[in-house]
Design a protein around this ligand. Structure first.
Ligand code: GPP
Ligand code: MG
Length: 284
């Protein structure tokens, strides 16, 4: 007898191309930073860097800059997690687009919460699950090859969900429809994202260059609030983190692990066509 139809995780050519990108990705800008302390991030940094790293003796300068960039990326994840406020011990959180797992491990360590991360990259899922074993938290932090637009997780089974720089890969109405189903009433959604400024009239050249670099589709700012409201989410806090992320990009541009995307980010932020936003919204 035929088994019930299981929907494939990757459903479009676009999703397959994004998965392919992340399955191959082994960029030193992420791997070397992760090796500093074993937390592998796929997001940018927040806060001032210590200018002394740029003057460190040549033999250790490169490593000092990398460690400083990593510190700022970890600080970014702390800001995201701060926005959850209190999460019950053994509460249940989801990481939408979990990468190599950095933010998920921090959430588990901070709250004692059970965390499920989802990613459409099988390589990232495997890497993050290996990290969970290495960190001895595989019973509490699990990574799944799943599509965050349609996870198959139980309705109302999460206290909270976050997306750390992943929403530019998906349709926001579909995403927040699924998150509204997953988060129990009173639960919280926390997002850090880059979005373009509707007030400047469209996607600037620099924003298009960022899209092209990552094969993503950066949304206008207004789309976030429309899609959240349409799906039963009420914002409680919106913070423009742009001034706090610019130092990270300035340091990254001077580092040995710069990738070429630094100029478009700095141009877009400084000209005002792009913002780095924290959005916190509650499920009603
Ligand atoms: C990647 O982080 C983040 C994205 C691909 C999303 C794009 C983000 C925006 C704010 C537009 P990463 O750590 O994998 O990137 P990199 O390799 O450049 O450090
Ligand atoms: Mg990175």
């Amino acid at each position: 007898m035929a088994s019930p139809t299981v929907k494939p995780v990757l459903r479009t050519d676009y999703q397959r191309s994004v998965a392919d990108y992340w399955n191959r990705e082994k960029d030193p800008v992420n791997i070397k930073l992760g090796e500093v302390d074993g937390l592998y991030h796929h997001h940018y940094g927040l806060g001032q860097y210590d200018p002394a790293v740029l003057e460190a003796p040549l033999a250790v300068r490169d490593q000092a800059i990398i460690a400083e960039m990593h510190r700022l990326e970890t600080a970014q994840a702390e800001v995201l997690l701060d926005a959850f406020g209190d999460v019950p011990v053994r509460g249940h959180l989801m990481d939408g687009g979990s990468g190599r797992g950095g933010t998920s491990f921090m959430a588990n360590a901070r709250f004692g919460a059970l965390v499920d991360g989802v990613s459409i990259s099988e390589q990232q899922v495997a890497f993050a699950n290996d990290q969970a074993v290495e960190r001895d938290v595989a019973d509490q932090v699990r990574f799944h090859f799943k599509n965050m637009l349609d996870t198959g997780f139980e309705t109302g089974s999460f206290n909270g969900i976050w997306t750390n720089e992943t929403t530019m890969y998906v349709d926001l109405q579909q995403l927040y429809g699924e998150f509204a189903r997953l988060i129990a009433p009173g639960g919280r959604y926390v997002c850090i994202t880059g979005c373009y400024n509707d007030l400047t009239g469209g996607r600037s050249r620099a924003v298009s260059q960022i899209d092209q670099h990552y094969i993503c589709n950066i949304h206008p700012r207004s789309e976030y609030f429309r899609a959240l409201a349409d799906n039963g989410f009420v914002p409680i806090s919106v913070v423009d983190l742009t001034p706090e992320t610019i130092p990270y990009w300035e340091l990254r541009a001077k580092s040995s692990v710069a990738t070429g995307v630094e100029d478009p980010f700095l141009t877009a932020y400084k000209e005002g066509s792009f913002h780095y936003l924290l959005i916190v919204a509650d499920r009603i």
